[in-house]
Design a protein around this ligand. Structure first.
Ligand SMILES: [Zn+2]
Length: 204
């Protein structure tokens, strides 16, 4: 399949594999035919997870986050305010929405929660949703559940993306705010330092 990708300057430092820049968080669990480490986009590398939390880094580009932070959530995630991926830059999130095959193509397989190396969430939707939301974060914190870390977030606004003719596109409504965004769903969270210490004991 041809991928005439335009990679923004902010992502040009990433390794390219099979035509796609490999996001910072991705693990390299196997080797390819040439014996080189092969990225598996479904798996988050625990060390990079720890580094992204400790260094306040974007999950996609691995560079320090800006004041405004974003994530890509399905309708269930937006409803329960729980997310497995760490925050990212707006440009990195938009690049993912328009590039990541798992998101872009309606018929591409979605990773299932038990395929994610370190993270499983009870009740996470295993069926691929018909829409995704680019979420601008108002606030978020970390929750540690056994060995799984995830974030509990409060959106400030969302931009809805949906599938048209099998491809993910923005719905054209722009940023939307909803009254329920004001509710802070689960205030009990783990301080960042405790979380990093626990993750290091578990995975490093
Ligand atoms: Zn980034």
């Amino acid at each position: 399949m041809a991928h005439p990708l335009t990679v923004p300057d902010s992502l040009k430092h990433l390794t390219v594999q099979k035509g796609y820049p490999v996001p910072y968080f991705v693990a390299y669990p196997t080797k390819d035919e040439q014996g080189q480490p092969a990225a598996d986009f479904r798996y988050a590398d625990p060390l990079k997870l720890v580094n992204s939390i400790r260094g306040d880094k974007c999950f996609v580009c691995g560079k320090p986050l800006a004041k405004d932070r974003y994530l890509i959530a399905g309708p269930e995630g937006l409803k329960n305010r729980i997310h497995t991926d760490m925050p990212m830059h707006e440009a990195c999130a938009r690049f993912s929405l328009t590039t990541c095959p798992h998101l872009v193509y309606e018929r591409a397989d979605r990773r299932t929660s038990n395929e994610v190396a370190t993270q499983q969430i009870e009740g996470q939707a295993l069926q691929k949703p018909g829409e995704f939301y680019l979420v601008r974060l108002f606030n978020y914190g970390f929750i540690l559940d056994g060995g799984a870390v995830y974030i509990n977030f409060q959106p400030s606004a969302v931009e809805r993306w949906h599938y048209v003719d099998g491809r993910l596109v923005a719905d054209g409504q722009g940023w939307q705010r909803r009254p329920d965004f004001l509710q802070w769903m689960r205030p009990a969270m783990v301080p960042r330092n405790h979380l990093i210490a626990k993750l290091k004991r578990l995975y490093l």
